[in-house]
Design a protein. Structure first.
Length: 198
């Protein structure tokens, strides 16, 4: 496939303007049956979702909030939806992602991967304690440990041999903290408890 085979369908109807509740970045397109959804957003009002038209080229309705941290600067972004078993899992990054070489965050404020789940692709999403994802909920999937620092920017795919795999970027503290020194990481996911464990 080359670039000439693509067709520009114009704006999808999700835009960032001053005064909007959301920051229209980090889109993740998800197909459930014949319905497309886009999850998007970062900081501001955190993570939103909107149903798309049947071609997935335009928003088909109003966006709605599916994850929000009411504390601090609302540092949630980069959502990724994954269906497994009876649930839809909303993975997302929380915390400070970048610039560690010039300003290291307070312990625990760095990037980490969290998750909430729902029996519906459109929510409502809750964490393992039952706290709504729109009310600061979120169960930690992967956080700093050992030489792994600030994992995030994640996605999930199904490997034909390994099953569900979480992939992400992170800082290896033995290499360096600069953004251009970030490493690629991956772990298989165990869903046997109903919650993803790596």
């Amino acid at each position: 496939m080359d670039l000439d085979s693509w067709t520009d369908h114009g704006r999808v109807g999700i835009d960032s303007y001053s005064g909007n509740a959301y920051n229209a970045i980090d889109p993740n397109l998800f197909l459930e049956g014949s319905t497309y959804y886009i999850q998007f957003g970062s900081f501001w009002g955190d993570i939103y979702q909107v149903e798309m038209n049947s071609e997935a080229t335009k928003a088909a309705g109003d966006s709605y909030n599916i994850a929000y941290d009411p504390s601090g600067d609302h540092a949630e972004e980069g959502s990724y939806m994954y269906s497994y078993g009876d649930y839809y899992y909303l993975f997302y990054s929380a915390g400070i992602c970048c610039g560690y070489d010039t300003s290291l965050p307070a312990a625990g404020d760095e990037y980490k991967i969290k998750v909430c789940r729902s029996t519906s692709a459109s929510g409502a999403f809750v964490d393992a304690d039952g706290t709504a994802c729109t009310d600061g909920g979120g169960t930690i999937v992967l956080e700093s440990h050992g030489t792994v620092y600030g994992p995030g920017g994640q996605g999930v795919f199904t490997d034909p041999t390994l099953g569900p795999v979480l992939y992400y970027h992170y800082i290896n503290t033995t290499i360096g903290y600069a953004d251009d020194e970030a490493q690629f990481g991956w772990n298989t996911i165990d869903f046997s408890t109903g919650w993803p464990v790596v």
